[in-house]
Design a binder for this molecule. Structure first.
Ligand code: FAD
Length: 336
């Protein structure tokens, strides 16, 4: 008997459903045949492996491209970082496999009140939409646009990122195999589309017809994305701010939030406390980009935030898929 309804079949909703098994029922607004995910499909495959082991799935079966190093272009300089499992994977297929054997109502857009009145628990896994929870007081959403681009000669043989000089976002080039890549950008100043198109033209890429997708991403951390629950509705994933603000990584953190909810037996209050605690390092990362964007915060405050953020990346290489050594940290600080 299903007593927990989940709105949204992204990483948070699908992973929670796989943990719950037949206790879960999923409502997804997209149609089954065209189900996809507006995302660059990049993740720390080692962190993913750990999470998926619990539900009997091997991430290796979904990998499209395994990275070795990340090219980071900043202020005209090209830095290289060794990666630790960063890969692109077939995200929509994994979401479908996570929900195999579970009832999914595709093509059903839910609104506040619909699931709450029919099920014991209603889970908001609708990502940036946050359909079942109350609005956030100081929300911060960044607009993004992305294309699938085909190349005769790939301009980079690996992951490439270039942060913008206003610190308001960055452009990404994520290979997905077969000489194709996701090329996209997000920026607080809405010129990201122009920047993406310029990059594609400059690198002689050919846009795959109909591949453009645009979507906002929520960058505030969980501590700022409260309330995390309302009556019998509770949020997981991006709906409650589980995106690492510095790089926009939201897949793994969203799944982690689902695990915290599950492991704490849907005790909403305890979940909310643990969510804030687990993602506390995101507070510094968000404050850092906010200060840099708004040109606020003193030198020493921002330096402290930067060091705290780099330390988090260094200590969580499985999650972020990157190895950051001391020399890398010094390299980044040179441009700070
Ligand atoms: C352009 C772009 C690129 C990104 N690239 C990466 C990346 O490479 N790596 C990474 O880690 N993160 C990336 N992110 C962030 C990442 O995609 C998200 O943070 C993550 O998928 C959030 O997971 P979620 O399950 O909380 O929500 P989502 O993945 O957004 O899933 C929400 C689901 O809910 C459904 N839904 C929404 N409203 C309703 C409704 N009312 N009723 C029913 N269903 C509904 C949606 O169709 C969707 O399937 C990117 C984001 C963007 C916008």
């Amino acid at each position: 008997m299903s007593d927990i309804a989940i709105a949204g079949m992204g990483p948070a909703g699908a992973y929670l459903a796989s943990l719950l098994g037949e206790r879960a029922v999923v409502y997804e607004m997209q149609q089954e045949e065209s189900f996809t995910s507006v995302c660059a499909w990049g993740t720390g495959s080692l962190g993913m492996k750990d999470l998926l082991k619990r539900v009997g799935i091997n991430i290796d079966d979904y990998i499209l491209f395994s990275g070795k190093r990340l090219y980071l272009e900043f202020g005209g300089n090209l830095l290289r970082f060794w990666l630790d499992g960063l890969a692109t994977f077939d995200k929509p297929r994994l979401m479908k496999d996570l929900t195999k054997g579970i009832k999914v109502h595709y093509g059903t857009r839910v609104y506040s009140g619909f699931l709450e009145s029919r099920y014991k628990v209603a889970v908001d896994a609708t990502g940036v939409h946050r359909r079942l929870l109350s609005p956030i007081k100081n929300d911060f959403l960044l607009p993004t646009a992305q294309y699938i681009v085909k190349y005769n000669d790939m301009p980079y043989d690996d992951f490439y990122i270039t942060p913008f000089e206003n610190y308001g976002g960055y452009l990404w080039f994520f290979p997905i195999g077969d000489k194709r890549a996701f090329v996209g950008a997000g920026n607080a100043v809405p010129d990201h589309e122009k920047r993406v198109l310029n990059f594609i033209a400059k690198t002689n890429g050919e846009i795959v017809q109909g591949s453009r997708r645009g979507k906002a991403i929520r960058l505030i951390p969980p501590s700022m994305a409260e309330p995390h629950f309302r009556m019998n509705a509770v949020g997981v994933g991006e709906s409650v701010g589980t995106v690492f603000p510095l790089v926009g990584e939201g897949i793994l953190p969203s799944m982690v939030s689902a695990k915290i909810l599950y492991d704490n037996d849907f005790d909403y209050r305890l979940y909310s406390v643990k969510l804030n605690k687990t993602f506390e390092p995101y507070d510094a990362a968000f404050k850092l980009i906010w200060n840099k964007m708004k040109r606020t915060g003193g030198f020493f405050e921002n330096l402290g935030l930067m060091l705290a953020t780099l330390r988090y990346i260094r200590g969580n290489s499985k999650m972020v898929g990157m190895k950051v050594g001391l020399s890398d940290m010094l390299n980044v600080l040179r441009f700070f």
